[in-house]
Structures are given as C-alpha cells and as structure tokens.
Design a protein around this ligand. Sequence first.
Ligand code: ADP
Length: 488
Amino acid sequence: MIASPLLEHLAGYAAGRWLASRSSPGLAVHNPATGESLAMVSASSDADVRLAIDQAAAVVTTPAPLRQRRAWLEAIAQRLLGRQEELARLIALENGKPLRESRAEVEYAAGFFNFFAATIEFLEPRELPAPIRGCAWTVRQRPAGVVGLITPWNFPLAMLAKKLAAALGAGCAVVAKPAEQTPLTAIAFWHLLGALDLPPGLANLVLGDPAPIGRVLCTHPAVRVVSFTGSTEVGKLLAAQGAPHLKRLTLELGGNAPFLVFADAPLEPAADALLANKFRAGGQTCVCANRVLVQREVCAAFADRVAERVRRLRVGDGLSADTDVGPLIDRAAFDKVASHVADALARGARRLVGFDPPRPAHEWGAFYPPTVLVDVTRDMRLCREETFGPVVAIAPFDSETEALALANGTGAGLAAYLFTADGERAERAIQQLEFGHVGWNTATGPTPEAPFGGFKQSGYGREGGLEGLLEFCEPQTVPHALPPGLKP
Ligand code: ADP
C-alpha cells in the first residue's frame, strides 16, 4: 500500500472538506507495472456529487476579483512545483509512465496555472471604441458558472490542471472527476489545494463509477459547462446526455495522428522526433503518431533509422531510473495493441522490431514490447483506429496528393506532423490537413500558451491559450445609453 504525505485522505473533496462515503463500494488502485495494490479509495455517493454541485453553485454567485484569481493560480503553480518529486512519484506509481516523464508532467501542469494567471487580464471588461446608437458598449466576460471536468488516466495531473486552471481563472466553480485508474494524483492535488484559502465549494473532487457521475454533471441544471477528455465513444454519450439540457461541452477526444515524412526531409531529426512523440506514455497519448506515412524512396531508410532507435528502448517499471517505456495501463489496453499487431501481420505487414508477448493472466497493467511494423496499409486496424500503444506503423506513399488523402482519411482530426524541407509544400499541406494541431518539422504536442483541440470526430472546444480560458466564460454585452448631452 502506498504511503505519501499528500495522501492523508483517500476520498473526494466537496464544500471545503474531505468526503468519506462509506455507503459506496471503494475504488481499488493498482500499480500497472507490478500489480501492487496501492490504495482503496472511497467512491463518492450520488449525494456527495450533488453536494459538490450545490456548494459550487452557491460559491460561484460571487466570483472573486481577477487579481484574487491570479494570486490563486500563481500559488497553485508554486505548490505543484514545490511538490514535484512526490507528485511525479505518484504519477509513475499509478499510471506507470517513467519518472522523467512524470516530472515533466508536473511542470507542464504548473505551466497552465502560470499561463492563465498571466492571461487573466484579457477578462477585463472591453469597451467598444466608439458609441453605437447613442450607447457606450461594454463586453464583460462572466464566469460560465459551475463546470464539470472529466479527465483520463494518461496524464493524471496535467489533464486536470489544464481544465482547472482555465475554469478557476474564468471565475467558475468546479466539480472534477478523474479517471478511476488514477485517482491518487488527483487526491494529492486537492491536498495541495486544500492548504490554500479557496472558498469552500470552489474546487470539488468526486471519485468513482463514471457513468452516474457523468449523467448528473450533464443533466444537473446548475452545471453550465462539461469539459471532457477521453474516448470518442464516451464524448458522444456525454454530448447526447447534455443535449436536451443544451449543456455546453468541450470535448477533447481520440486522435489518429498521421506523421508524414517527405523524401526531402532530413531523416535523422525526423526519426528522433518520432521516437520522442511515439513513445511518450508508452504510446498512450492522443497526440502520439498513429500512422507513419513515408515517401516511398526513403521509406526503407527511414524505417531502418527508426528500428535502430526502437531496439535501444528499455521497457520497465516507471520508477526505475533507466526506463524509457512503462507498462500499458491495463490488460484491455494490452489486448487492443496485440490485436492491432496481429491484424496487421495477418494482412501483410512485416515486423522489424518486436515479438508476440504472452497475454497477461492478470488485469492490471502489462508490458508490451516496442514494435516497428512496415508495409502497413490503410485497411489494417492500426490505421483505422488509434492503437494507443508502443507500435510504430509505417506505410509508404508516392505523391503529395496521396499523402494528404491518406492523412485526412480518418474520422479523427486532432494532431498531425509533417516533415519536409520545402516551405511551399508545407504551406499547402497545413492548409489541407484537417487537424487542430499540425507540427511542421517537429512532433511536439500542446503547450499551455496555445489553443489545442480537434477537428471532426476529435471533438470541439479548445484547451490552453486564450481560447481555453474563454471556454469557461459567458460574454455579456452591456449597451449603456449615454446622457443626452454626450450623444454623438
Ligand atoms: P479511456 O479509453 O481513455 O479510458 P474513457 O473515455 O473511458 O477513455 O475515460 C475517460 C474519462 O471518462 C475517465 O474519467 C472515465 O472515468 C470517464 N468515463 C468513462 N465512462 C463514462 C461515462 N459513461 N460517463 C462519464 N464519464 C465516463
């Protein structure tokens, strides 16, 4: 069992105090690398969730001034960074990712609080430059109200941070629900929040069975916005549940990122970029390259460079200092990756690196060997669906037109990457790629300072950037009749 100074309470948090819902069954948390039982967490009851929403609704009626919100955001960033090592350890323990990545996740999370602290001045009321119809016009950015945040397990801290920072910056009150696989990082985060003088009810945390909690968040009249990151399937379910109530949603859903390499691109940096992108969190991120499309004349040379690098990756427990790739989150993830590889091999793909690992008998996480496949074609499951694992799938293309058609030939539209030394080609491609994030000669993912989100089935709304802050605001326009003497 886990011991941590940040885990004094193993429960949700509502109305300024820790919850302990003895009536609900607990939530067992496992280390996906070892199967060790880390904790049994109290699940929040239906009454807890409603209490959290009611308290949030009460506190949001008097939003704090901008300078107070800025001070909170800065203090939260400081607290996260002050506990970076312990938070990183918890992330590595319950998620399995390497400590190096877990530390980077804490910095990334703190970055959202610092960014929104610095951006909050954009919420000052804006006066239109000239009177219109005898009125002075002011646009205010009101807090949207109570917001529900539902987050996945692949970035247990950062996914909460990006939503929470924007919501608190906008003046909203929050009911957050982290993934059931990784509640400990969230609890540790709320431990740090609890030490701040936030008004009770401003930031609430609920844990447990996602379906009933999601339903309450999507249907409760006091909840104005639901911000969700996760699967397309659950995103659609939430949109359907919220539709009769005209609930505003921000949906950051699955991707199927193409990684395009044209023959004129320097291959070494492109291979390095692919490795850094593809194996982050063991391939379990929505911006990981899922389809590597390479111009035919350099395809073999590029695949060799990638294979050489992948062979050097060390798989292991995230807590070991030399681990590059941790375990997959659970056996279901293992089964999906294994079935994608088996399907590709059966349809003619060749495996340059990797092997068939034995199926784990247990349900907690599982290690999957980093794999490189070539001769991949678009009919294979790993091209049509997001694999979410450490598998590089390389497919050749002949022309720019074919490459862009292949890249766009998916329902998803989150991230794409493009490697070419030809600026005109890059410009043409960026204009045609139907993706919310397009890296040119880089496979870097989102940053707090810029908006991030999907086109098409990857969802709607944005996180990060000024756009991310506005997701939680309600613009209010006030025309104010000028005294007769001042009329233009
Ligand atoms: P993943 O495949 O990444 O686990 P999910 O969409 O299942 O993606 O999970 C993302 C988040 O959505 C998690 O917090 C999970 O608990 C939550 N979730 C899963 N099912 C539902 C549901 N029916 N209603 C609301 N939230 C859900």
